[in-house]
Design a binder for this molecule. Structure first.
Ligand SMILES: NC(=O)c1ccc[n+]([C@@H]2O[C@H](COP(=O)([O-])OP(=O)(O)OC[C@H]3O[C@@H](n4cnc5c(N)ncnc54)[C@H](O)[C@@H]3O)[C@@H](O)[C@H]2O)c1
Length: 298
């Protein structure tokens, strides 16, 4: 299948690698920035090499185009990964719609905008689907989907299953979809814990990585509490420990990102990074993600 990548930054390059290496699709990418177009090949190749480690067999192709229209020509699937600005995306959609084939689907990677906010950018909004990944999309299988049109949604599920993703369809649109709403709820309290001096930035991350985060990779939060109820399952858990959850909810904080709190967070993360560069930290993250994915495959 011909696939277009529009916006070739962090997310666009990673999607391109997945679509080509795992999906076997022919990818044509465009980015208005010359620098981004030049960096794109190397970023996608690095992600593609990681997918080979995970056993990707298909050999799709990736090419970078100088013009948007060229990248859209003949595309059945268009994945938009432009900056997170509503005005920019709406303007881009109007430009794209004149160049895409009549039955092409337009998928947006947007993290925080909703289908209803983006749809006015198109004359034929039924072709639009929210398809939100988690960074890095080529290694984290989740994709969150939302589209009112049943046929578009069905095609989106099939497309993402075909590239090895795990699609989850939202029943109703919501700012931040599901994953980032959960992540934001958790991070709000993580910031509060640092601001209140309950634990350091590193303490919070260690708690997550070695405790709840490890468990969440195997059983989600609801199933975790089902098991927390022992033989009696979730019903017993709710009777036994439900009131303690409500007391905890009442004690959670609602921090503000004041300059002081931002400085605390930045200093804490610098300490936790202990001189490691972003590139080194990404390499460590990716190597461990690949190990986990391999274990899940076996
Ligand atoms: N970074 C994340 O963790 C993450 C995760 C999931 C989804 N997203 C979403 O993916 C999208 C892209 O985010 P990113 O992190 O890759 O950003 P990025 O800044 O790395 O990349 C954005 C790219 O878009 C290009 N661009 C600028 N103007 C454009 C235009 N008019 N048309 C097309 N491209 C244009 C830029 O040159 C840049 O290369 C956003 O909607 C974001 O919400 C990001």
């Amino acid at each position: 299948v011909r696939v277009s990548i529009v916006g070739g930054g962090l997310i666009g390059a990673s999607w391109a690698a997945l679509f080509a290496s795992t999906g076997g699709h022919d990818v044509a990418a465009w980015d208005p920035s010359k620098e981004a177009r030049e960096a794109f090949g190397e970023k996608a190749a690095k992600a593609g090499a990681q997918l080979l480690e995970l056993g990707a067999r298909h050999a799709g192709s990736i090419r970078v185009c100088d013009r948007l229209e060229e990248a859209l020509e003949g595309a059945a699937w268009v994945q938009e990964n432009a900056p997170e600005r509503l005005d920019l995306k709406l303007q881009l959609y109007a430009q794209m719609e004149t160049a895409v084939p009549a039955d092409a689907i337009l998928a947006s990677s947007t993290s925080s905008l909703t289908w209803s906010q983006l749809a006015p950018g198109l004359r034929e909004p039924q072709r639009l689907v929210i398809a939100h990944p988690f960074n890095p999309p080529h290694l984290v299988p989740l994709v969150e989907l939302f589209a009112p049109d049943g046929d578009t949604l069905k095609r989106a599920v099939a497309f993402f299953e075909g590239v090895g993703c795990v699609p989850v369809c939202l029943k109703k649109e919501a700012t931040g979809h599901i994953g980032n709403r959960l992540a934001s709820a958790l991070w709000r309290e993580a910031v509060n814990i640092v601001a209140e001096g309950i634990g350091s930035v590193e303490d919070v991350d260690r708690v997550l990585m070695h405790g709840p985060g490890l468990r969440w990779a195997v059983v989600g939060t609801h199933m975790g509490y089902h098991l927390g109820g022992g033989e009696g399952g979730i019903e017993h858990y709710l009777r036994h420990l439900g009131p303690s959850q409500e007391r905890r909810w009442a004690s959670l904080g609602n921090p503000k990102l004041t300059p002081e709190v931002c400085e605390l967070l930045a200093r804490g993360v610098r300490e936790e990074a202990a001189g490691r560069s972003i590139e080194e930290l990404e390499a460590m993250r990716d190597a461990q993600l690949i190990d986990i994915l391999r274990t899940r495959q076996s």
